[in-house]
Design a protein around this ligand. Sequence first.
Ligand code: UDP
Length: 422
Amino acid sequence: MKAALADGAVLAVEPYLDHVPRWVENELQCLAAPFRGASVVHVNATAVGGGVAEILQRLVPLQRGLGLDAHWFAIDGDADFFRTTKKVHNALQGQEQTISPAEWDHYLEVNRANLAEHEAVFRRADFVIVHDPQPAALLTLLGQPSGRWAWRCHIDLSNPQRGTWRYLRDLVNPYGASVFSLAAFARRLDHPQVVIPPAIDPLTEKNRPLDEGAVKEVCRGFGIRFDLPLFVQVSRFDRFKDPLGVVAAFRLLRRHREATLVLAGGGASDDPEGQEVLAEVRRATADDRDVLVLELPPDANLEVNALQRAATVIVQKSLREGFGLVVTEGLWKGKPVIGGAVGGITLQVRDGFTGYLVRTVEGCAYRMRQCLRHPNRARTMGKRGTELVRGHYLITRQLRDSLVLLTLLRGGTTAGQAARLN
Ligand code: UDP
């Protein structure tokens, strides 16, 4: 297990007050007061790539800025481990998968090795927040249930494959609480369940304002035409993000309108399927000059920012989605978003208000066309999106919720005592 963040990474709340009311700082200081000096350890699967790393890169330094002794570790695993955990991820999001006893054994083995390396850290920690299934076995392997541990699930658990969920549930039950992005993901568990949607940081290179010159320079570098409407989907190349569905919708649109589609994405070190899906997308679009498939390095934050700002419409046609930070990023930039009517996207895309929710390729094509036909309506939806994000999905709100979670965990809830949500 590696520390995923330099010890000196600390962020103050003050600069965020340009975006949120001043009382937010006071509220955060009050909530943080009982936890000054308390050690909070986050564990996830990867230091770069994907939404969880995106959040922890900012949340942990902000927790430190409020006086918490916060740390973040990324679990180490070999290729077999991450192949298995990707299958677990897919099964939890409803895909048919078979995970053999040997694969589960190896999963436990890797968790055990990670725990052994840092057992003292976990035993000493005041609070431990374990993100997603990859490190979920740590607490069971430690050998004692703890009300001070929370399992933070970022994935779409609305319809999990039962066998895989049952296995994971037994690992999660000894925790003090579980946290989901959406109430619809709550499961039958022996402890309290808390809903905390993720959020974006408006001050990062990915989300800060960019002038038109900088946006154009990035687009020019990618060979994007300026005279056509631009649809952009930024995502890991993952089947749940349905890149081929976006291409199919775009082709239906193009029967009526000329336009450009950009599918931009990189990998995450815990996602072994990315290259395979990228190759499929490249094959499907090889002879299509209006579709640009861009493979981006994990630190291409300026590029993502510019692409999202250059877009006429942001698309996120996911088939399953825990939350969809890219939707938040697009809305924050004042863009209407056409999103799959699943998971966390439904929190953010209010149909006809901040964008459109779609269920089919045809529906997506229809809404793409409608956004181009009614540019004023599209612009208004984008403006509402910015305000929706300001009110609900900026990181100061997530920081507050993370402190409320510690308050709940400190209350000493132990597995078995707790209220059931369903
Ligand atoms: N992202 C990125 N480069 C890429 C693909 C994605 O920086 O090539 C970022 C994206 O901007 C967002 C996060 O990774 O901040 C993806 O989070 P989301 O919740 O949308 O999806 P996840 O990958 O966690 O399923």
